[in-house]
Design a protein around this ligand. Structure first.
Ligand SMILES: [Zn+2]
Length: 249
């Protein structure tokens, strides 16, 4: 199956944003059953991507010459999510059944059907990909360069949520920054030093400057309890190993 990524892999002047993927086989079922890889972790993801991404190509069909095992660490989180969703689609078909709980009356809604082939991809243009992602903080006058999230950051983000709750805010902000002044490899401690006024500006600018494309993983639902009918939305979690459970198709 050939898919178009929302961001793509940049190498020199070429944009490799078409990916050829295989389907899940027995070997990958072992990863999904491996507790060390999946419990409070997303260790199955690089393994699945490494096995099942066949090639990265340009629109003209030029194939990326490097190793797929390297490429998966150079693509953004929207590309990773897109590949995972399309891997499920290519393996079991587009129909995906899931459950949700109404936030109003707590009713469990079962057998909700989502057609994975209808999820819209918002593609980041090449112009946007190569444009400057730099802003200057108004108070400290420091230059900040934003970046997209990569696979390494996705592992970090999971660690932040599961273990390091006291630094949730500053750690999360650090993941989106490539450079602060002259410093790269930004940590939570660097963000802790930023004046609050600068931080507010930084958050506002980060929303405006597009660093990545997306695949629309918002699922709009309405409660089927006739006394409730609450409308709400949930996010499709394709990073969860349960996303690949065959019976959900
Ligand atoms: Zn309800």
């Amino acid at each position: 199956m050939l898919i178009t990524l929302p961001h793509g892999l940049i190498d020199g002047l070429d944009l490799f944003d078409i990916v050829e993927i295989d389907e899940l086989r027995g070997k990958q079922q072992n990863y999904l059953a491996d507790k060390e890889l999946v419990v409070n972790n997303i260790g199955h993801i690089p393994k699945i991507l490494e096995d099942l991404v066949i090639s990265f190509q340009t629109k003209e069909g030029l194939k990326w010459k490097g190793k797929v095992s390297d490429a998966i660490w150079k693509i953004t989180s929207s590309d990773i999510e897109t590949i995972l969703i399309k891997l499920r689609e290519n393996t079991y078909g587009p129909e995906f059944y899931h459950e949700a709980q109404c936030p109003e009356c707590n009713k469990k809604l079962k057998n909700l059907r989502l057609d994975l082939d209808t999820l819209k991809i918002d593609k980041l243009s090449l112009e946007n990909i190569i444009s400057s992602k730099i802003v200057i903080l108004p108070k400290s006058k420091l230059e900040v360069e934003f970046k997209a999230m990569y696979l390494k950051d996705m592992f970090e983000a999971l660690k932040i949520v599961t273990k390091n709750n006291s630094k949730l805010v500053t750690s999360s902000i650090a993941l989106g920054i490539k450079r602060l002044g002259n410093k790269t490899s930004i940590t939570s401690e660097d963000i802790e030093q930023i004046p609050a006024r600068d931080l507010m500006f930084l958050n506002e600018e980060h929303e405006k400057i597009k660093v990545d494309g997306s695949i629309d993983n918002n699922i709009e639902l309405s409660c089927n309890n006739p006394n409730c009918k609450k409308e709400f939305s949930i996010k499709l979690n394709c990073l969860d190993p349960n996303f690949f459970v065959p019976s959900r198709g």
